[in-house]
Design a protein around this ligand. Structure first.
Ligand code: NAX
Ligand code: ADP
Ligand code: K
Length: 505
């Protein structure tokens, strides 16, 4: 699914109205119906409700929400901001009149300064103060109103975006001056801001209401941001021909493990094998022999000269892709081996975990990494290499810079892992959950990406597809083991099932 900028959404909105003959009032009603459906599925009409409506179309949506709530038996109090009595947009005015025609509507219209009715923690607030028309961070009375709503402890449903927040980048806002939603019901598309952890306490849970904006306009409007869903991955995964052999599915080489961290090697190896690589070689220290040969007998094992750590990363097999990092430690011998690997292999590789920690100690190594390589840092690993970041938004912006500069793909791991490409495109992942916040789950991902790369998928595709598969495997594991009990071994065990579920039509 495409994620559009506010600018683009406004344009798609305009095309829908001009070329498809849908009126803006009709769109407002569709938004309101979507929002009200979400409300009715959660709260009963006895819930004390207050609707805050601004002067633009976000307010117009809110006024029709109030109307539909009244028709459903709710008894909302409506607070409409109409500065000086003449600031309502034409649609907002029409919606106010439509609402008032019901008769007996409890409404406070704020024209100058008025008293806002008392809001309690028991209330449900419908927040339609500002949507995508927000020009500046909230100030004065608007800011006070946002804080009043937040401090009341009421449950908040925001229409389109929480009021005071921009849909995309939010470097200029202060969280306490923005309405904090429990549920945000976005119009037609999720927004970039929803995928950043900084904004999670503001956006709350989010849903999208489809209001039937022009399909043609959506298809033809270019964007750099995407939300990856099952169909996107199904389209790129190749079906296997009948006449095939393991030679057709590549040979992955993993440099992984050290004394005390052989589990990382096992997990990465299982991730690689369950995602279909033809052949897998694991290069690990000698101490890993019986662990690997017992836990993953399907993998070939290449012993390092060293007993406890990897001291040499010269590829000794005819590999089609290399993955390096899980559990290798950061000792001097391994550092030297990794430096040589980076400087000699000029094909895209996958770098994770301790490989990233080693790079962070010698950042100049970034200059030698082969273009098209994939780096899979979590926030801490990213900051160690590319500098400490104040927020997830600045981290994402920095990831865009470094992906472009070094021509590499950065997978910023987290709730909505973001795959950032050198061309400035960002793919947010939809699968996965807190059940995956367990040691070793990143190692499984390294195995899957390396496996897809080894099978001939381009780096960009391998990264986004693997992240989706990994998250879905986590979801399947969590379905059985729950959010506390899922282990990274369970995630690895579900990788094949995830791919099967994706490929099933
Ligand atoms: N995307 C779509 O296709 C549709 C969007 N609709 C709704 O329309 C909304 C956008 O409506 P608008 O463009 O009218 O914009 P808004 O309703 O978000 O706000 C615009 C109003 O706020 C004022 N304003 C902006 N920033 C301010 C600030 N910092 N302080 C004080 N006043 C400020 C503007 O002067 C204007 O009066 C969307 O968020 C959505 O809720 C729907 O009604 C219909 C379809
Ligand atoms: N709350 C969450 N929601 C979705 N995915 C998560 C969540 N927490 C962790 N994950 C996923 O689990 C993996 C954790 O990787 P990482 O932090 O490298 O762990 P480790 O180093 O222990 O292997 C990442 O792919 C991440 O996206
Ligand atoms: K809003």
């Amino acid at each position: 699914m495409k994620i559009f900028s506010t600018e683009h959404i406004r344009n798609i909105d305009r095309v829908t109205i001009e070329e498809e003959g849908v009126s803006s009032m009709e769109l407002i009603h569709r938004v309101a119906e979507g929002v009200v459906n979400e409300i009715l599925s959660r709260w009963s009409p006895s819930k004390p409700t207050m609707v805050f409506a601004g002067a633009g179309n976000n307010g117009a949506d809110a006024l029709i929400v109030a109307k539909l709530l009244i028709e459903a038996g709710f008894n909302p109090h409506v607070v409409l901001i109409n500065v000086k009595g003449d600031s309502l947009s034409p649609d907002c005015r029409a919606c106010r009149d439509e609402l008032l025609r019901l008769g007996n509507v409890a409404m406070t219209e704020i024209v100058h300064t008025s008293h806002i009715p008392t809001l309690t923690a028991d209330h449900l607030v419908i927040d339609g103060l500002f949507g995508t028309g927000l020009r500046n961070p909230l100030e004065g009375g608007y800011m006070a109103m946002a804080r009043y709503i937040n401090e009341s402890g009421a449950t908040v449903v925001s229409i389109d975006v929480p009021s005071g927040m921009y849909g995309d980048w939010n470097s200029r806002i202060l969280a306490r001056n923005v309405v904090h939603a429990d549920l945000t019901v976005a119009v037609q598309f999720p927004r970039l801001a929803f995928f950043l952890s900084d904004n999670a306490p503001i956006v709350g849970q989010w849903k999208v209401v489809d209001i039937g904006l022009s399909r043609r306009a959506i298809e033809q409007t270019p964007t750099k941001y995407f939300f990856i869903e099952k169909d996107d991955v199904r389209r790129v995964l190749k079906r296997r021909p009948d006449f095939c052999s393991k030679a057709d599915f590549g040979h992955a080489l993993l440099f992984t493990g050290c004394y005390g961290m052989m589990g990382a090697a096992v997990l990465a190896a299982r991730g690689a094998l369950r995602s279909g690589v033809g052949k897998l070689t694991v290069h690990a220290p000698r101490c890993g022999f019986s662990v690997l040969q017992t836990a993953v007998p399907e993998a070939l094992y290449l012993p390092d000269r060293n007993e406890n750590v990897i001291s040499d990363m010269t590829p000794r097999v005819n590999f089609t892709a290399i993955g390096v990092g899980p559990g290798i430690g950061t000792n001097d011998a391994t550092r030297g081996a990794l430096e040589t690997l980076i400087k000699t292999i000029k094909r895209p590789m996958v770098f994770d975990a301790d490989a990233l920690n080693i790079i962070s100690r010698t950042p100049a190594l970034m200059d030698h990494i082969a273009p098209g390589s994939i780096l899979t840092p979590h926030a801490g690993e990213f900051d160690r290499i590319f500098g400490s970041q104040a927020s997830s938004e600045t981290r994402l912006l920095r990831a865009l810079e470094v992906a472009h500069k070094y021509k590499v793909i950065i997978v910023l791991k987290g709730r909505y892992s973001a795959t950032v490409r050198p061309d400035g495109k960002i793919f947010f992942n939809s699968t996965g959950s807190a059940a995956m916040a367990t040691a070793g789950s990143g190692d499984v991902l390294t195995g899957i990406i390396t496996s897809l790369l080894a099978q001939g998928y381009k780096s960009e595709i391998a990264a986004t597809a693997a992240v989706y598969i990994h998250g879905l495997a986590g979801d399947i594991a969590a379905h059985v083991e729950g959010e506390y009990g899922s282990l990274s071994g369970d995630i690895a065990a579900c990788v094949g099932k995830a791919i099967k579920a994706i490929m099933q039509v």
